[in-house]
Write a protein that binds this ligand. Structure first.
Ligand SMILES: Nc1nc2c(ncn2[C@@H]2O[C@H](COP(=O)(O)OP(=O)(O)OP(=O)(O)O)[C@@H](O)[C@H]2O)c(=O)[nH]1
Ligand SMILES: [Zn+2]
Length: 361
């Protein structure tokens, strides 16, 4: 029997990291131990220092490194040496911006003599997949076999994860779920065959497959969609799209598991904490070490294709969504604006999206 382990290995490794356990990223002849800094304890740090024999490093993304005034030697990851006396708390200050304003004199940090490589990139990517802070403590690289029985995953599998995860989406089931204002509605569930990220398509009415379908790419927003948060416009946009589709005779809303523009709910709340300190939505993401938007469009495109839609009229104010969907082989024949009145809490957020993220309204 043969299995395609691509997604499985990555999901297992990410799940191990979320539990505060180290994993090993490999290439053809070397391996690199990865530990999530936000879950570091003094005990773990002592063990890692012992395993590293004095060579322990923290990997930071370009955006976080930039905040700390260090730069990657090459590529997008900066490696900072962990000195013998550095505590787990000091490493956590390095990767978590929550208390940056209370520690304005952090550093200076010693940039490692080595360049970061694809295994380091994969280590940080794994922390992102685990929805942890995008940083990692590293031991190595060392020749293969040194870290014994620790769970391991190849750097290539991690790099390919997003695409493999999206391209293996399959329809699992569907059911009629009448919604307020759109009673003729069906929810179609998608899941990669070996168990990755689940996404959902909400079909309003019975749109035909010949004409361009009215479509909305909606990234999950627990606070806005479910709780009615006034900090963003997601709830209005989601309910507004459903209502508009019903009025127009049908459409499809793709509900994507990309909470917080792809950083996860906990990291989004971390970004909100920084916004409470005065940083805008873009700076908050970047101080955490993320890109301002970490989303990809393949899952949306894949669901549209599986549902038989190849041409869409896209409800959005975000030109990146149009370009992103087009790049995945969906023909966006029209962008339909999707704006709702602002309130005192989201006005600055909406202005920032226009000023800094190229939004059209
Ligand atoms: N990281 C982060 N995510 C946020 C913030 N506010 C809202 N979000 C997330 O942003 C996503 C919603 O974005 P979308 O509604 O797709 O909006 P958009 O990219 O602005 O584009 P359109 O609405 O289509 O014009 C959801 O996943 C929200 O959780 C924030 O301040 N920080
Ligand atoms: Zn929202």
């Amino acid at each position: 029997m043969t299995f395609d382990h691509k997604i499985v290995n990555v999901e297992r490794a990410a799940s191990e990291l979320r539990r505060g356990r180290p994993v090993v990223v490999t290439n053809s002849d070397e391996e690199l131990l990865v530990f999530p800094p936000e879950l570091l304890t003094e005990q773990w740090l002592d063990s890692l220092k012992a395993a590293a024999g004095g060579k322990l490093q923290v990997g930071l993304t370009y955006n976080r490194a930039n905040v700390l005034k260090v730069s990657p030697r090459k590529g997008d990851v900066a490696l900072v040496d962990v000195s013998r006396h550095m505590t787990s708390a000091a490493i956590q200050f390095m990767v978590d911006p929550a208390d940056d304003l209370d520690h304005p004199m952090m550093g200076p940090y010693k940039v490692a003599a080595e360049n970061a490589g694809p295994m380091h990139d994969a280590g940080i990517k794994l922390c992102k997949i685990a929805r942890l802070l995008p940083a990692a403590v590293f031991v190595g690289p060392v020749p293969k076999g040194r870290f014994g029985d620790l769970l391991n995953v190849s750097a290539g599998e991690v790099t390919d994860y997003d695409l493999s995860d999206a391209l293996s989406l399959e329809k699992v089931t569907s059911a009629k779920v009448p919604l307020e204002g759109a009673e003729d509605t069906e929810i179609v569930a998608f899941r990669p065959k070996d168990g990755g990220t689940e996404h959902f398509a909400i079909l309003i009415g019975s749109p035909n497959r010949h004409d361009p379908v009215l479509a909305r790419i909606h990234s999950e927003c627990f606070t806005g969609d479910l709780l009615g948060s006034l900090k963003c416009d997601c709830g209005d946009q989601m309910r507004g799209a459903i209502k508009f589709m019903r009025e127009q005779g049908g459409g499809v809303l793709l509900y994507l598991a990309q909470e917080g523009r792809g950083i996860g709910l906990i990291n989004k709340l971390r970004a909100y904490h920084l916004q409470d300190q005065g940083f805008d939505t873009v700076d908050a993401n970047e101080r955490l070490g993320f890109l301002s938007d970490e989303r990809i469009f393949e899952p949306a495109a894949q669901m549209l294709k599986k549902l038989g839609f190849s041409k869409v009229r896209l409800l959005t104010n975000n030109p990146d969504k149009v370009a992103g969907l087009e790049a995945c082989g969906i023909n966006v024949v029209e962008r339909v604006e999707h704006k709702f009145p602002s309130n005192a809490h989201n006005e600055f957020y909406l202005r920032t999206k226009k000023k800094r993220s190229g939004h059209l309204l």
